[in-house]
Design a binder for this molecule. Structure first.
Ligand code: PLP
Length: 434
């Protein structure tokens, strides 16, 4: 094993033995080399006369570029667009994102957490975490309402084994007891569990209540006390889009970050959905651990994460990072975000109102929802796939079949004024098939 990997592993073994045990084989081997990037970063700070290290081309003191590209981004400097970003992301962006996290997640304020590391959005954050912490035969435990990219990432790619539990209790709350039982059952054999908590949830558009969130954190702690190393991944892709007061507005990461030595809390979030810049591909990984020397643990984890990024995409796109940074610095940022939030909330509330139509009871039940981009119905008669295809063919309406009977509707992409008609089409389609 490379000496630099040995050094990082030694830090983890000393300061957080459980986190060391959680690493996959790749996670143990990976390190960030003192190679070109390291030397280049040193030169950037010190080479004031000539910097002959950079792997880009320079002309007239700025990044060489084509005018036919630059002219589309007149407000930005060439050096804000064309060079490589550091593998861990722009320092100022990381700093402002951390500030935003602390502002928007009060529970994080008295906890220790790492600086966010920039990824090419959350899907890349998931695959990076998979590479570092998920190995063959590890138990991946998710609610039965999960985003289908999870098994693709962690099971197909990292060879974890998928276990699900009932998402909801019969009363419509999050099924914390089922979560705990699944972790105890499937995590105990290897003394390791990888769990994903995704609120607001894709596909149901559900966010937990404060009480259920606290109960989940307490369950995680009990599982750790029972000896299970817990890799707790918070997929906060839809963070901030919570429309009802009963649902917890902040990330559960604030509750799990320093909860037990055997818990590694990982927050994945990003500008993609929150700031409506899906194609920009800008996301973040933030770690939370309980350790007497958390900073040393974060340092080692950051280097390993940078190594993983270096061997996959090398670094995340700079133009996107620059634009997200400019937004965070902009005095209008909060107001503009609030405006879009209100539009999404109005759509969600309209869906709720439309769904009160008693005619619909014959064809579907509605899964609890209060947040995010989506809602889901459980069909009573036809299969979800048959209805999906029929809706497309006869009504020109696109929906997603997420299970045998589950149909997902993205109200995020339909205007408020169209929602009633959308559900009339779905109802008519269901009636046709019945
Ligand atoms: C639950 C969930 N997590 C992560 C993602 C991926 O987000 P990103 O575009 O930031 O990679 C999605 C996108 O659909 C999602 O629904």
């Amino acid at each position: 094993m490379n000496q630099l990997a040995v050094e990082l592993n030694t830090v983890l073994q000393k300061e957080s033995p459980a986190v060391y045990e959680m690493l996959s084989d790749f996670g143990k081997r990976i390190y960030f080399p003192k190679g070109i990037l390291h030397q280049g970063a040193e030169a950037k700070a010190k080479a004031k006369k000539y910097n002959a290290t950079v792997g880009i081309a320079v002309e007239n003191g700025e990044a060489m570029h084509l005018k036919c590209i630059k002219k589309h981004l007149p407000a930005l400097k060439a050096d804000e667009i064309f060079p490589y970003a550091p593998p861990q992301g722009l320092p100022k962006l990381r700093e402002l994102w951390k500030k935003k996290l602390l502002e928007e997640n009060p529970s994080m304020r008295d906890k220790t957490s790492s600086m966010p590391i920039v990824t090419a959005a959350i899907a890349h954050g998931l695959s990076t975490v998979g590479e570092l912490f998920v190995g063959k035969g590890d138990a991946l435990i998710v609610p039965d309402q999960y985003w289908d990219n999870y098994p693709l990432t962690f099971c197909v790619r990292n060879e974890a084994e998928l276990f699900t539990y009932d998402t909801f209790t019969p009363a419509g709350g999050f099924n914390v007891a089922a979560f705990e039982a699944a972790v105890m059952k499937h995590g105990m054999p290897k003394k390791k569990a990888v769990v994903i908590l995704n609120f607001p949830n894709n596909p149901t558009g559900y966010s937990v209540s404060k009480a259920d969130g606290e109960a989940l954190a307490a369950a995680i702690k009990r599982c750790a006390e029972a000896g299970i190393n817990m890799v707790v991944i918070h997929d906060d892709a839809y963070f901030g889009l919570v429309y009802e007061d009963v649902a917890l507005a902040e990330s559960l990461f604030g509750l799990t970050a320093n909860i037990h030595e055997r818990v590694l809390a990982i927050k994945l979030c990003g500008a993609t959905k929150e700031e409506f810049v899906w194609g920009f591909r800008t996301g973040f990984i933030t770690y939370g651990v309980k350790s007497a020397n958390a900073e040393a643990v974060f340092g080692a984890l950051e280097k390993k994460t940078m190594g993983s990024i270096r061997v996959s995409i090398s670094n995340s796109p700079l133009p996107s990072q620059t634009l997200v940074l400019k937004a965070l610095e902009d005095a209008d940022f909060k107001n503009e975000r609030k405006e879009k939030f209100e539009i999404m909330k109005a759509r969600a509330l309209k869906v709720k109102k439309v769904l009160q139509n008693p005619l619909y009871n014959e064809f579907w039940d509605v899964y609890p929802f209060n947040a995010g981009y989506f809602m889901c119905v459980k069909l009573k008669k036809s299969s979800a796939e048959a209805l999906r295809v029929h809706l497309l063919d006869k009504y020109g309406v696109g929906t997603i079949a997420t299970g045998e009977k589950d149909l997902r509707v993205a109200f995020s992409s339909v205007e408020e004024s169209q929602i009633e008609d959308l559900f009339t089409c779905i109802y008519n389609g269901a009636k046709d098939l019945a």
